[in-house]
Design a protein around this ligand. Structure first.
Ligand SMILES: [Zn+2]
Ligand SMILES: [Zn+2]
Length: 216
């Protein structure tokens, strides 16, 4: 599996391409301001992107969805509980002084137990509300095996956790999502946050100052 990360824009938001080695089929995750570079990476490496997957709908994570849809014409996925944020992308952008284009309609809402296949790889969405109501962790790996790469959006960061003061955010819900959903993937699972560097579940369980105090 190949993972390309592109941090871009005023919020240094991470967009990703995850590609399956043999088949060169791929997904694009959270196409934001780095969408052009991500699409160029896919082009250079002859990748066929099959799905546009969103971890959540805060504006910095969706500014490139329109460009991705036009270039790829593949389905866009989101959790239904974040639709109100997605529908508000243009005005949210304006609040930060950013011009954001109206994003195209969502094609598929995530559902429990869903498997999103690309080549011999698969992505499984896990609902992790708290930072926002429709946040998900995308667990990616080889088909039929428990994936060990987690694309967590803004739920968990290296050494920090997502903010909960935005509309629909809730601190206790966020902590439960991290403890009950993310920590269950095991210490060796690799965490790819929506901002900043990658980490592991083990490292955050042991040393994240927002979690060691809370979780013991
Ligand atoms: Zn966010
Ligand atoms: Zn973010």
């Amino acid at each position: 599996m190949v993972i390309e990360t592109q941090a871009a824009g005023p919020f240094m938001q991470n967009g990703f391409i995850v590609a399956c080695d043999e088949s060169r089929e791929a997904v694009i995750i959270d196409p934001g301001d780095g969408v052009r570079d991500l699409l160029a990476f896919a082009e250079r490496n002859s990748l066929a992107i099959r799905h546009i997957l969103l971890t959540h709908a805060h504006v910095d994570h969706v500014t490139g969805v329109g460009a991705a849809k036009r270039a790829l014409n593949v389905p866009i996925y989101l959790h239904r509980d974040d639709l109100f944020l997605y529908d508000r992308a243009v005005e949210s952008g304006a609040m930060f002084g950013l011009h954001v284009e109206t994003p195209p309609p969502i094609d598929v809402f995530y559902s429990p137990g869903q498997v999103i296949a690309f080549g011999s790889c698969e992505a499984r969405p896990h609902h992790t509300p708290g930072h926002c109501p429709g946040g998900v962790c995308l667990q990616i790996g080889t088909r039929g095996q428990p994936g060990k790469d987690l694309f967590v959006g803004d739920t968990l960061f290296a050494g920090s956790i997502g903010r909960t003061d935005l509309p629909g955010g809730d601190y206790h819900t966020l902590i439960s999502s991290i403890r009950d959903v993310l920590f269950a993937f095991g210490d060796d699972a690799v965490v790819h946050p929506g901002h900043g560097p990658a980490t592991t579940i083990g490292r955050e369980r042991k040393s994240n100052p927002f979690l060691v105090a809370t979780l013991g």
